[in-house]
Design a protein around this ligand. Structure first.
Ligand SMILES: Nc1ncnc2c1ncn2[C@@H]1O[C@H](COP(=O)(O)OP(=O)(O)O)[C@@H](O)[C@H]1O
Ligand SMILES: [Mg+2]
Length: 237
């Protein structure tokens, strides 16, 4: 699903934290959103997910103004995912129960995704007792099981070990190849952005300073700020 931002502004207490005059996110692509802390990355995903209201401007979904039905085809995965106090299987089943899938179908789909994510060993554990990285994996499985058109991921692999990161990156890439999905992915890891994103957006003070093909933006940044940001990232990762 295409997402269009027109004159989008978000302010908190008179301070503008997001200011995007015109931007299009196209289906079938993975967009990596990078930038320093406080740049407005999470706010961008939250306004698209309608978790925060815009102060000005409008966001269109497939060229249409927002309608409630859009929420059913969109998911926003927060940095610290919320899982409820029940087993991992119960958590992952929830979006399907909510959508009134049949019991057999739920069992089939949940088993399939649990094996795809390599989390068989967690299936019957209490979700609230999982480690940060395990919880992120379960939350992503729960987010993907109902096949949303728009996937908004806020640093989804930040607490994961390298092995889990590899699994998740493969899953996201595969998911993207299913027609028409739009994926926005906030990451602190520039190497990761290069690995999985088609396009990269560099945000600073709520403004898109640079955007374009991931390889181009990362290999030859135009602005001095992005150049500095990338060289610092090099030392962090
Ligand atoms: N609910 C809020 N109330 C007030 N200020 C907020 C709120 N959420 C975010 N901000 C501010 O908006 C700016 C952008 O935040 P955020 O989008 O979380 O940045 P990022 O995800 O890039 O680190 C920051 O200065 C942050 O302090
Ligand atoms: Mg953030």
């Amino acid at each position: 699903m295409e997402i269009t931002l027109k004159n989008v502004k978000k302010r908190y207490h008179q301070k503008t934290v997001l200011d995007i005059p015109d931007f299009h996110f196209f289906p079938g692509k993975i967009y990596g959103i990078i930038g320093p802390n406080g740049a407005g990355k999470s706010t961008l995903l939250k306004v698209i997910a309608r978790l925060e209201e815009l102060s000005e401007g409008e966001i269109f979904y497939q060229q249409q103004p927002f309608r409630k039905e859009i929420l059913k085809t969109m998911t926003y995965l927060t940095q610290k995912p919320f899982l409820f106090s029940a087993s991992v299987v119960e958590n992952i089943s929830y979006p399907l129960k909510f959508r009134k899938y049949k019991r057999d179908e739920i069992r089939f789909l949940v088993e399939k995704i649990i094996s795809e994510f390599g989390i068989e060993h967690l299936a019957h554990q209490l979700a609230t007792k999982l480690s940060g990285g395990e919880a992120q994996r379960v939350a992503l499985a729960r987010a993907l099981i109902f096949k949303p058109q728009i996937l908004l991921l806020d640093e989804p692999t930040s607490n994961m070990d390298p092995n889990s990161i590899e699994i998740i990156e493969k899953i996201i890439l595969k998911y993207n190849h299913k027609k028409g999905k739009t994926i926005l992915f906030i990451t602190h890891n520039v190497a990761q952005a290069k690995r999985i994103c088609d396009e990269v957006i560099y945000l600073e003070n709520g403004i898109i300073v640079e955007s374009g093909k991931a390889k181009d933006v990362i290999a030859s940044p135009k602005s001095e700020n992005l150049r500095r940001f990338l060289s610092l990232e090099y030392y962090v990762n």
